[in-house]
Ligand binder design. Structure first.
Ligand code: NAP
Length: 303
């Protein structure tokens, strides 16, 4: 049996050029995706910011087949240099796994967030998908694939996620508009929307909320309030915020699992599996979509 590209069914990723933006450390969804493509024989380049250079360098040392280069999506020179490296090859898959919002995005009431914080969040978390696509476009191969990372707070208000949910709504809109633009060149654009996974970004949200613990204690969402209460009881009073943030996130993941069709938590490998599919020719007629990797959370109401 053959797929629509005329090949035997299979991912067929060996030798594909893959760029993955948004690696901060080994917990990054971007790193899970980069490793998965490497394991399938793709030639992988990761993009990172200067901030966690020492952590990224350690990852690259342990995975010498993966190349790395700086790519701050607010720095045009870095984006240009990053994608110029694909001029002599081509780019088959581009993964955008980037989000940032100043702490007030998560800690303030939505009506109190400043215009500056909102603009910065949107620029990095949504607009940048269009910007990196602009730099990548001349090098994107026919039937190439662009993949972004969203979150289900794009569809329904999830208070602990603050206005970052609005950035994810904008990101999903970008996916649909870019899909039309790049469809002219037979390049597809999709998003993966995973359930909660422990990562630096996830812990960053919890640490922001811990700045004023009453913010967590009065969350309207029962799952996050209970996660905070349980984690506080289980964690020693002297624990650093990072340890408590990690414990809350872990409790949150367990609590969310109880609301899912499949009562399991999500790992970065689960997300990477979906990225492999969307990056492969098996998904060549799928574009403008948001694929939920969330054990059914977004399609289930379990009160
Ligand atoms: P992560 O490892 O912290 O990844 C976020 C990445 O964005 C970091 O590498 C961060 O770099 C990067 N970034 C921020 N500002 C940037 C800029 N100006 N230029 C370039 N990179 C920048 O966390 P993650 O959880 O894997 O997040 C990856 C994506 O998955 C994000 O879009 C996130 O919203 C999404 N997502 C995560 C979850 C989850 O539960 N973890 C669920 C659904 C969706 P620095 O750390 O150096 O700033």
């Amino acid at each position: 049996m053959v797929d629509s590209a005329g090949s035997a069914f299979g991912l067929g990723l060996a030798g594909k050029q893959v760029a993955v933006l948004g690696v901060a450390d080994e917990t990054s969804l971007a790193w899970g995706i980069a490793e998965a493509f490497r394991q399938h024989g793709a030639v992988v380049t990761i993009g990172y910011q200067q901030r966690f250079l020492s952590r990224v360098k350690a990852l690259l040392r342990d995975s010498p087949e993966i190349r790395g280069a700086r790519c701050d999506v607010t720095n045009p020179a870095e984006m240009e240099a990053f994608f110029a490296a694909f001029a002599s090859t081509r780019l088959d898959v581009l993964v955008h796994a980037i989000a940032y919002g100043p702490p007030e995005v998560f800690t303030s009431d939505p009506s109190a967030v400043s215009a500056e914080a909102f603009a910065q969040m949107l620029r990095v978390s949504a607009f940048s998908l269009g910007e990196v696509t602009r730099y990548a476009k001349p090098h994107l191969a026919e039937w190439g694939s662009v993949i972004a990372l969203s979150y289900q707070a794009s569809l329904r208000a999830q208070p602990f996620y603050g206005l970052m949910g609005v950035a994810k709504s904008a990101l999903e809109g970008m996916v649909r508009y870019l899909a039309v633009e790049l469809g002219q060149r037979r390049v597809r654009v999709n998003a993966i929307s995973p359930g909660p996974v422990a990562s630096l970004a996830a812990l960053g949200i919890m640490q922001a909320l811990l700045q004023d613990r009453s913010t967590l204690a009065r969350q309207r969402d029962r799952v996050i309030r209970e996660a905070y209460e349980t984690a506080s009881l289980r964690t020693s009073a002297a624990a650093e915020d990072l340890e408590l943030a990690s414990a809350i996130w872990s409790e949150l993941q367990q609590g969310v699992a109880t609301r899912c069709a499949i009562e399991e938590t999500i790992s970065k490998e689960d997300v990477a599996g979906c990225a492999l599919f969307l990056g492969s020719d098996l998904a060549r007629k799928i574009t403008g979509q948001v694929v939920h990797v969330d054990c059914g959370l977004s399609s289930t109401i379990l009160m």
